[in-house]
Ligand binder design. Structure first.
Ligand code: CA
Length: 222
């Protein structure tokens, strides 16, 4: 597990880094947001620990920039402030959890483990194609982090397309897996639902994910 630590206070950074290394985590530590953003873009971290009060850009700005760049690594925010308003702004900016200084290392470790566990569970239940994500448990669908509201049938159709991403799915395959009915007369229904999905998933985006395969069916690919 590789962790990015963005913290300008040397003593605290050293304390966290030493503790995490003893727990066998790989840790990269940087003292400001610009370096943190750069590293988060080039390395696949499992978790980011971000201090709220930093020189230049503060933690809230950095957190928003990370999420805007579609870097959805679990993020724990550290701060000396502990008011409800500060916690809410941190969470609104895209942080997954919040820890107020001073803290015991054991508490930091417990929260890190909880975030990593949650991340592992998400990996097993979230289908991804390009910037489109579908959670098979909560049925939440997002594109570029923006939540899409789908009807039950649209969801079922999209889930089927995503499970077969990169492969052509015929109308017959769709009918058998999504409609469970005898089919010929329904062919047009599938096209109608594909259009509904396109309006929600692809409209307004430069990259179209739902492709028509002439005479055969459809393919979802990024
Ligand atoms: Ca600080």
């Amino acid at each position: 597990m590789r962790i990015l630590l963005i913290e300008d206070e040397k003593k605290i950074a050293a304390f966290i880094e030493r503790g995490l290394k003893e727990e066998n985590y790989t840790v990269d530590t940087v003292p400001d947001g610009e370096q943190g953003l750069f590293l988060a873009e080039v390395n696949p971290y499992d978790l980011i620990i971000l201090d709220l009060m930093l020189p230049d850009k503060d933690g809230l700005v950095i957190c928003k920039e990370l999420r805007n760049k579609n870097i959805n690594t679990p993020l724990l925010m550290l701060t000396a402030k502990g008011t409800t308003r500060d916690k809410v702004s941190g969470l609104n900016a895209g942080a997954d959890d919040y820890l107020t200084k001073p803290f015991a290392f054991e508490e930091l470790l417990a929260r890190i483990r909880a975030l990593l566990r949650r991340q592992q569970q998400d990996k097993l239940t979230t289908l991804k194609t390009a910037d489109l994500e579908l959670n098979q448990i909560t049925h939440q669908v997002k594109r570029s982090g923006r939540e899409m509201v789908l009807t039950a049938k649209e969801y079922a159709l999209l889930e089927y397309l995503m499970l077969n991403a990169g492969q052509v799915v015929t109308r017959t395959m769709i009918s058998e897996h999504v409609w469970n009915e005898d089919f010929d007369s329904f062919t047009n229904v599938i096209d109608v639902y594909i259009n509904y999905l396109r309006n929600k998933i692809d409209r307004g985006f430069d990259v179209q994910l739902i492709h028509s395969v002439r005479g055969t069916g459809y393919m979802l690919k990024g």
